[in-house]
Ligand binder design. Structure first.
Ligand SMILES: C[S@@+](CC[C@H](N)C(=O)[O-])C[C@H]1O[C@@H](n2cnc3c(N)ncnc32)[C@H](O)[C@@H]1O
Length: 309
């Protein structure tokens, strides 16, 4: 999918999951190219409001004037792990009627060689969603020790050949420092025979590095926790994940927050702070065959919805 044919993933189910009230307050934690934001805004009346954030300055810069000139819309460049603080500053804590996060990278981020996310397009080995924060993938690969790299490839890529890949990276960088995605893809392919994998041999290594340097799972855990403070009673939380590491975190969070705490189970007058904070709405939703045929990235998308009690 190219950046000018942007298709928001699971749009219908997200809009349904949010149960949009036309005069409600909504948050889009992952603005991207504004697909979900635009559709939400279309369903709001003059009293409705949408606050969207994204950590990527290119996503902010690409926002259409149709959106940014709309008085009901506010766009903020920020990590979604900082959402509670941002909303607090606006006096909106506990007032949000619905919040959506579509995790991971956007198609424009993947498609543009210059961002360094893709093993299919040679470019600078960067992979930061916010290029002003933290260190690039190249800086990390050129300095991390072998054991740390091995752990990252195992943990965030579920890469069974993590030890061989980490060893090959250390050997390769002794010769030439890593600077491009092509260099990394070549080194990974040199130790993993292509015929042993269904996907490109470097898929899992690239995923692991991306998740690690952007602290994607830490960000997710923090925003989920904050959703309890952010949402109004009856407010909806919709999260779309693209791989099992993310989905596991979302599923566990929703399950734990929708349970009564052990010491109060079965008691008649449970204090408010020990009552379940969320109610799970339905099962995880995946894309229809038609949606996957039109947008291959939807294949692994999984939407989970919960409501604030
Ligand atoms: C899959 S895209 C979102 C697509 C969007 N809903 C649309 O319709 O265009 C994910 C976006 O979330 C942003 N993002 C990912 N993690 C983030 C985080 N922790 N904080 C803020 N933005 C984040 C990325 O920069 C990217 O633009």
């Amino acid at each position: 999918m190219s950046s000018d044919t942007h298709v928001p993933v699971l749009l219908g189910p997200v809009l349904e999951g949010l149960e949009i009230r036309t005069d409600g307050l909504y948050v889009d934690g992952t603005f991207g190219r504004g697909g979900h934001s635009s559709a939400i805004l279309q369903r709001l009346n003059a009293d409705g409001r949408l606050i969207a954030i994204d950590r990527d300055p290119q996503a902010i810069a690409a926002a259409s004037p149709l959106l940014t000139n709309d008085p009901r819309f506010t766009l903020i460049r920020s990590d979604f792990a900082d959402l509670a603080r941002q909303l607090d500053q606006m006096g909106l804590t506990g007032r949000v009627d619905g919040m959506v996060c579509v995790l991971g990278v956007s198609s424009p981020q993947l498609d543009e060689a210059g961002r360094g996310f893709s093993f299919l397009r040679d470019g600078p080995l960067d992979m930061r969603m916010d290029p002003d924060a933290g260190i690039s993938a190249a800086e990390w690969l050129n300095t991390a020790n072998e054991k740390t790299m091995k752990q990252v490839f195992y943990k965030y890529g579920e890469e069974r050949d993590a030890p061989r890949i980490a060893r090959a990276i250390v050997a390769a960088r002794a010769d030439t420092a890593f600077a491009t995605t092509g260099q990394l893809a070549d080194v990974v392919c040199s130790v993993i025979p292509a015929h042993t994998r269904k996907k490109h041999a470097a898929t899992k290594t690239f995923q692991a590095i991306r998740i690690f340097i952007n602290d994607e799972l830490g960000q997710l855990e923090r925003v989920l926790k904050q959703s309890i403070k952010i949402l109004a009673a009856g407010g909806r939380l919709c999260v779309i994940s693209f791989h099992s590491l993310e989905d596991r975190i979302v599923k566990r969070f929703m399950r734990d927050a929708s349970r009564e705490s052990d010491q109060w189970r079965g008691m008649p007058d449970v204090p408010a702070e020990f009552q379940p904070k969320l109610r799970i709405i339905g099962k995880a939703i995946t894309a229809s065959a038609e949606e996957v045929a039109a947008n291959v990235r939807a294949r692994s998308a999984r939407l989970r919805v919960a409501e604030r009690n």
